[in-house]
Design a protein around this ligand. Structure first.
Ligand code: PXG
Length: 460
């Protein structure tokens, strides 16, 4: 059998892709000129492209391949599940063993108040579902005016209409006339870029209090919920100061506002613990799970519904009028279960917390002396390296210099996929990365920084 991935030369894939394929978040004319990268194979922390080059995946796909590529158990779980029951739904008084078992498992591994799961297929769908559940909850409480959801600048919560409205990355709104009414944004705890002369802890309190200011401006009787990623991922790995989350928690309690932790990136061990909420002491009313739930092997997401909303929804004497054809898809659920078994039985998350996470963080911190590096930050197995023109002043390069993109391109050319978010170089490798592979990764980052410094100095 010829594998789909090996039967055409790179140039043909590129031409056909340019002719027929609309990509997410892509300038298509620029991509067509440059030629798309064709990824054909993966094993462990490595990918191969259609020219046979091996590249370390410092991003675990899109922050999701926790157990690494090529785990046969996951392929076998999906093969078995497909043979037994390739599809059935969870509407109309039906369920499937895989969907039940996964909801039971998630109740076991998430913090105690979470007993109920609603399944969807992506982080965006899960966050849209939460936006609807929030509205429904306050309607059930007889407070229909309590509807606004507050998120933050630099937030990424997905791309569907509500999820994109929750997102706070500016470019995501104008093409689509977003945000929708009822979605507001508070400050992010982004000390490096916005902290000025303030001490980080003091700045953390200030950022949290921007939520309180927003609530007071809108009126607490109008505000339904606050959503935040424990660490903001796509916004540039913004790790909040310790003072931040306790103050957010206090504010949500004071004004009776539901708290949503978007764990799409932070969940399943990324910050060292199973949940980012554990790492930062957050007690949310909802958690959004996706990505690491199946290590990205199949699309599946989950809304964890806490006691307050769960009790109200299950006690309501009426239909909950929402759901997707593939909610609780039996094959995706079987793969998620097998992925969780691997994470648990191989101690992958404990190892991330106790061993490889601290190792990666300490090795990356050695780059802080580099003349181009303004800050190295991170927790567990997620990190960012901020490039600056002036270290002491935390002064960034003019965006037109494209420092981040230059660095990213050098990194990929030298065998490591690293992302640039503005000029923050972002890393989020598979949790199974070894110490030797961390050393290899840090070596390539160092080389990419040197090459970038050289390019910037010569005015490229
Ligand atoms: N919440 C968070 C915190 C995310 O990071 C979503 C929700 C949406 O999930 P879906 O499955 O609908 O994509 C995400 C997704 C990037 C990048 O460039 C990040 C994501 C997706 C695509 C690109 O860093 N995060």
């Amino acid at each position: 059998m010829t594998f789909l991935t090996s039967n055409r030369p790179t140039a043909e894939w590129q031409a056909s892709d340019a002719a027929h394929h609309i990509h997410p978040f892509t300038d298509h004319s620029a991509l067509a000129k440059r030629g798309v990268r064709v990824i054909t194979r993966g094993d462990g922390v490595y990918l191969w492209d259609s020219d046979g080059n091996r590249i370390m995946d410092g991003m675990a796909g899109l922050w999701c391949v926790q157990v690494g590529y090529g785990r046969k158990e996951l392929a076998e779980a999906s093969y078995r599940a497909m043979q037994e029951l390739p599809y059935y739904n969870t509407f109309f008084q039906s369920t499937t063993p895989a969907a039940v078992t996964l909801s039971e498992k998630l109740a076991e591994i998430t913090p105690a108040p979470f007993k109920h799961t609603f399944f969807a297929n992506s982080g965006s769908e899960a966050n849209d579902t939460i936006a609807k559940m929030v509205r429904y909850y306050w309607n059930l409480q007889g407070k229909p005016e309590k509807k606004t959801i507050i998120s933050r600048d630099y937030a990424y919560h997905g791309v569907t209409m509500a999820a994109a409205s929750l997102s706070g990355l500016q470019p995501m709104h104008p093409q689509f006339d977003l945000p929708l009414p009822g979605f507001e944004h508070a400050d992010a705890p982004y000390w490096f870029a916005e902290g000025g002369d303030m001490d980080p802890e003091e700045f953390g309190l200030k950022a949290a209090r921007s939520l309180e200011d927003k609530i007071q401006a809108l009126g607490a009787d109008k505000v339904a919920a606050f959503i935040g990623e424990p660490v903001q991922g796509a916004g540039g790995v913004i790790v909040p100061p310790d003072s931040y989350w306790p103050e957010i928690q206090r504010i949500c309690r004071k004004y009776d506002i539901l708290l949503i932790a978007d764990e799409v990136i932070c969940g399943f061990g990324r910050t060292g613990n199973w949940w980012g909420s554990e790492t930062f002491g957050i007690e949310p009313d909802f958690m959004t799970l996706a990505k690491g739930l199946s290590s990205g092997y199949l699309p599946i997401s989950a809304v964890m519904v806490g006691k307050r909303v769960g009790d109200a929804m299950t006690a309501a004497d009426e239909e909950f009028v929402h759901g997707f054809t593939y909610s609780g898809h039996p094959v995706a659920a079987a793969v998620a279960l097998e992925n969780i078994r691997i994470l648990q039985e191989e101690g992958i998350i404990d190892r991330g917390r106790d061993e490889i996470g601290p190792y990666m963080q300490s090795r990356l911190r050695t780059l802080a002396d580099h003349p181009l590096v303004g800050e190295v930050r991170g927790v567990g197995l997620v990190a960012a390296i901020e490039l600056v023109e002036d270290k002491a002043a935390r002064k960034p390069y003019d965006p037109s210099r494209g420092a981040g993109v230059i660095c990213r391109d050098h990194s990929i050319a030298n065998g490591l996929i690293m992302r640039a978010v503005r000029d923050a170089m972002v890393l989020s490798p598979p949790l199974v990365i070894t110490k030797e592979q961390v050393d290899e990764m840090v070596g390539i980052v160092h080389k990419a920084l040197d090459l970038t410094a050289k390019d910037l100095a010569s005015g490229n």
